[in-house]
Design a protein around this ligand. Structure first.
Ligand SMILES: Cc1cc2nc3c(=O)[nH]c(=O)nc-3n(C[C@H](O)[C@H](O)[C@H](O)COP(=O)(O)O)c2cc1C
Length: 199
């Protein structure tokens, strides 16, 4: 059984990100996968404190954070999943703040003693899994994908948790209608992406 974990950083119930993630979930479940969705807007995660306690621990598995919130359970879910959907709208050229807050807490995947300039990834994520990235913006999709930092940030998140990006859904021109529904061509792309994630 393929276990897929979707992490959704949208602020809005029923917005384009929710619709895209839900359509992906439906396609994956129809293909026999088990999918869990974490809505970051409802999930308890504190800000990283930059204390680096977790990065000083020389283990192969993620370091232990000094904070005890939803992140502990989420790190376990990430380890147990076979693949991921990482989703966040583009706000001011970036993933949303709640997605960034989650992203920064992924520093537990790095070993980074104080005498080193930069972190190195722990062995725990050496076995590559697969990830699909989902974002949207007011600008045309193709432009948004290359012009903004969102795609890069989602990709960096995938890398950090040990996944290769196998597909991206970057939807543009979505900010003129508060009730906008995903277009049929997007639904077709979602079908193809679900096959890529499970294949
Ligand atoms: C605070 C804020 C900042 C935004 N910044 C950008 C931006 O820099 N570029 C852009 O193309 N769209 C921008 N948008 C439009 C959002 O990307 C769009 O509303 C979002 O993708 C909708 O996702 P949702 O339906 O999941 O809420 C912004 C929207 C808000 C509310």
């Amino acid at each position: 059984m393929n276990k897929i974990l979707a992490i959704n950083g949208s602020y809005r119930d029923g917005g384009i990100t929710d619709q895209a993630v839900n359509a992906l979930v439906k396609a994956l479940e129809s293909a026999g996968a088990e999918v869990e969705v974490i809505l970051l807007r409802k999930y308890p995660i504190e800000f990283c404190r930059n204390c680096r306690e977790c990065t000083l621990q020389p283990s192969e598995s993620p370091g232990k954070c000094v904070q005890h919130d939803g992140m502990e359970a989420l790190i376990k879910k990430i380890a147990q999943a076979d693949g991921y959907i990482l989703a966040a709208p583009t706000n001011f050229g970036s993933v949303t703040a709640i997605f960034k807050r989650f992203m920064e807490r992924l520093i537990v995947y790095a070993y980074w003693p104080w005498d080193k300039n930069s972190p190195e990834f722990r062995k725990t994520n050496a076995h590559k899994k697969k990830a699909i990235l989902v974002s949207s913006c007011a600008a045309p999709g193709m432009l948004g994908r290359f012009m903004y930092g969102t795609h890069k940030q989602l990709k960096m998140t995938a890398q950090t948790i040990g996944a290769n990006t196998v597909g991206t859904l970057f939807t543009g021109l979505i900010a003129k209608d508060p009730q906008l529904k995903l277009a049929n061509n997007i639904h077709r792309k979602i079908q193809r992406l679900s096959v890529k994630l499970l294949g």
